[in-house]
Design a protein. Structure first.
Length: 665
């Protein structure tokens, strides 16, 4: 190749690309450049996330036993002040930053705080050391006042930058704690304002979550109305039980008394506190149910391992009670859904070093939480059932009615499924590999990406309960397609025939031929795209399936780790690092990366992704309230609809969240 060929390559506007083109963002500038990476965007939800971050810090002081009062004040001009009577942020010089106080470091440095080691807080909601510094970075003005050792200190900031050194204001003999006052930056959030109703609800819920705290609410009289008072004080000695009683109101329940309580977890081997659990459960008549899960006062709307522990405790407890009253033969078919469906559940755990599925903390993944919650709740539930046999029998009867109804619907679907299979057998040659439906477990349809993966899945499946439907590549994006184009698509037609429940307004989950519909795609970007297209299809074309909780995502592994005779599978890079640090500590690990489902042999696919006893599934559901469903529709329309500008804005706002190493991989 001639050297002069390179001289002929076009230049980008004549600009050179050298070291001077590399930009280094310092301090809190990355937060201002990419706020979506830290608070999920710049919309109303993100704006109120700032308030939650500061309030969570105050709650952590209360939960740790250092504060018993928090004040939240919303003033005109979108100014919010949150004050606690805790220990106060340290104001002495930080050992690693000479000349700077610990307060200034915490407010102006990412990943700084007192919650990493567990020495300052046994349990906490803020774990990453980014909360208060992010609030500071995205506020046009922040003032922090700290009362420690009977003296008052203050420091001010603007858009993350320090306006001056820490000031010693004077004596404060009757004051202690921290006050954070901030105004969100209009350069980031535009003209959006804090919603008093939303803040009021947030404040009230925090008071329920920790019975030992009093929270005082104030807002400017001009911001108050008939529903939001200018002043209020919240303190609920009964904690979650008080909240549930208010939520249930005068509705009739299966049992007149709620099942509620609190229990400290056993201390660790080193004598350290492991946290505690609080719960409140009611079984109203004619209710669709509602479920609220929390970890360290942080909402986890997708549940997680603490939810699993509670469901296990309730299921085992009701089965044991059935055996006690001579109903064990029939009660063996009771499932967790039979016990929980239709109930109103509130569960709050406080644990050390919690692990979450993502930075948004929507789902708790700490393995020990399931064991701790189950052990703590089970004994209390046994007493709840046996202390009053009539109450226990009433609940058992309601659970068995739900079980009978579930089994009846299952039998009806089985008849319809077999009939539909016979009627459509010739119309689905080589596509649907159906199950016999003769097993004791629930039936499942796996929608599998590609014929190769479909072949492995057919060999790995349980023939009695698991059916396989391969699809060819990426299905049609129904959110941007016309109705005629959707009807003409063969992949969508096959999917509709296999499920048998109709579409759109005619969709009826009672006619669904399987108990679970599981999307199983490769653990890569293309697989995620296909899964997104399928979820969009179900959301738009078969909403009742999603609403009733029949849709799931399989979680196939990306890596296989081997060291000697020990092997394990990792879902992603973070899970791989966790396994290398725990299971394979100080061992030489051989790492194999699966390029797709078809690359796994049937035994591996069964063990990791399909066998109910060892797999991990994510249930796809819709929020129960109207506003939640409307928000989901808006998100689907923006990300999957016909207007590409919405997708471009979404990608642009979240570009900073992408890990360059994952792109290289």
């Amino acid at each position: 190749m001639s050297d002069d060929l390179f001289d002929k390559l076009p230049s980008a506007g004549g600009e050179s690309y050298d070291g001077s083109a590399i930009e280094v963002l310092e301090g809190l500038e990355p937060v201002r450049r990419r706020p979506g990476m830290y608070i999920g965007g710049t919309d109303e939800r993100a704006l109120h996330h700032l308030a939650a971050e500061v309030l969570d810090n105050a709650m952590d002081e209360a939960v740790a036993g250092h504060a018993n009062r928090i004040e939240v004040t919303l003033d005109e001009g979108n100014r919010l002040t949150i004050t606690d009577n805790g220990r106060g942020i340290p104001v002495d010089e930080h050992p690693k930053f000479p000349g700077k106080s610990a307060l200034e470091v915490i407010l102006s440095t990412l990943h700084s705080g007192g919650k990493f080691s567990g020495k300052a807080y046994a349990t906490s909601g803020g774990l990453h050391g980014v909360g208060i510094s992010v609030v500071n970075a995205l506020s046009s003005h922040t003032r922090v006042e700290v009362a420690r050792s009977k003296e008052l200190f203050a420091q001010e900031f603007a858009r993350g930058a320090t306006l001056g050194p820490l000031q010693k204001i004077g004596a404060a003999p009757n004051r202690r704690g921290t006050a954070v006052s901030f105004t969100p930056d209009t350069e980031i959030f535009g003209d959006q304002q804090f919603k008093p109703a939303r803040l009021f609800k947030l404040v009230r819920s925090k008071a329920y979550l920790f019975a030992g705290v009093e929270i005082r609410w104030r807002c400017a009289p001009s911001l108050a109305d008939d529903t939001i008072p200018a002043e209020a004080t919240f303190q609920f000695p009964g904690g979650l039980a008080d909240h549930l009683a208010e939520q249930i109101g005068s509705r009739e329940c299966v049992t007149t008394q709620f099942f509620s309580g609190t229990q400290d977890f056993p201390r660790g081997d080193d004598g350290s506190e492991q946290g505690r659990v609080e719960w409140a459960i009611a079984w109203p008549l004619y209710s669709d149910g509602s479920y609220s899960w929390y970890c360290n006062t942080i909402p986890t709307p997708d549940g997680g391992t603490h939810e699993q522990g509670l469901r296990a405790a309730l299921t085992k407890g009701i089965r044991a009670f059935a055996e006690l009253v001579g109903q064990q033969k029939k009660a063996k078919d009771i499932t967790p859904d039979d016990v929980v469906t239709g109930s109103e559940v509130m569960l709050s755990v406080f644990i050390r070093d919690p692990q979450f599925q993502s930075q948004t903390k929507d789902r708790l993944t700490s393995p020990e939480a399931a064991r701790l919650v189950e052990a703590a709740v089970r004994d209390h539930f046994d007493h709840f059932l046996t202390d009053n046999l009539e109450r226990g029998k009433a609940l058992l009867g309601a659970v068995m009615e739900r079980m009978d109804e579930r089994l009846r619907r299952k039998a009806e679907r089985e008849v319809k499924r077999k009939t539909a299979t016979n009627a459509r057998k010739l119309r689905l040659p080589g596509k649907l590999t159906d199950c016999s439906g003769e097993g004791g477990g629930e039936t499942e349809l796996f929608i599998v990406e590609g014929d190769s993966a479909g072949g492995s899945a057919k060999q790995a499946r349980n023939r009695k309960t698991q059916a396989i439907l391969p699809i060819r590549g990426k299905i049609l994006n129904v959110a941007s397609a016309t109705a005629d184009k959707i009807r003409a698509n063969s992949e969508i037609a096959d999917l509709g025939l296999a499920l048998g429940c109709g579409t759109r307004k005619d969709c009826n989950a009672d006619n669904l031929r399987y108990d679970r519909v599981i999307i199983m795609t490769d653990a890569d970007v293309d697989g995620a795209h296909i899964a997104t297209l399928l979820m969009t299809f179900f959301f738009q074309e078969m909403p009742d399936i999603v609403r009733r909780g029949h849709l799931y995502l399989a979680q196939p592994p990306l890596y296989r780790l081997t060291a000697g005779s020990t092997s394990a599978y990792a879902r992603d890079d973070a899970h791989r690092a966790e396994l290398e640090a725990t299971v394979f500590k100080n061992k030489k690990v051989e790492v194999g990366r699966f390029k797709g489902l078809g690359e796994m042999n049937p035994g591996q696919l069964r063990e990791t992704t399909m066998a109910p006893e060892s797999r991990s599934l994510i249930r796809i559901t819709l929020p129960p309230e109207y506003e939640g469903r409307a928000a989901v529709k808006d998100l689907v329309d923006r990300l999957m609809g016909r207007n590409p500008e919405h997708r471009f804005m979404f990608i642009q706002n979240r570009a900073g969240e992408i890990d360059p190493e994952l792109i290289d991989a």
